[in-house]
Design a protein. Structure first.
Length: 110
């Protein structure tokens, strides 16, 4: 193997090998897909993303109930836990609110 064929391990893309963690963007896509399959609702936004010793933890916002006007639609925030390979191991709704209202209990809300 010549020098141009050698690739440092740290710069290799995820190939699905045992023990390797998927790339963060792959984890985000897979988490959104798995949550949608389980809840029947599409994820609108990922508001928090963290790699942990046990895998990954995300906070995902989901449209639970569409209303007119849209500012009255109900949005739910879910905590989603995934294993190191990006497979969903659990989820929990942490809050529910109308799209047009800020949350006084969260940072930035008034």
């Amino acid at each position: 193997m010549n020098d141009s064929q050698k690739t440092p391990k740290s710069s290799r893309r995820h190939t699905g090998g045992a023990g390797e963690r998927p790339a963060p963007v792959e984890v985000l896509r897979e988490a959104r897909t798995q949550l949608a399959e389980l809840t029947g609702m599409n994820a609108e936004t990922v508001t928090s993303f963290e790699q942990t010793e046990d895998g990954w933890t995300l906070e995902v916002e989901v449209l639970e109930l569409a209303r007119v006007p849209d500012t009255m639609s109900l949005i739910a925030s879910y905590r989603v836990d995934l294993d190191p390979q990006g497979q969903l191991t659990g989820y929990r709704r942490t809050r529910r609110y109308e799209r047009g209202r800020s949350d006084a209990h969260r940072s930035g809300g008034r």
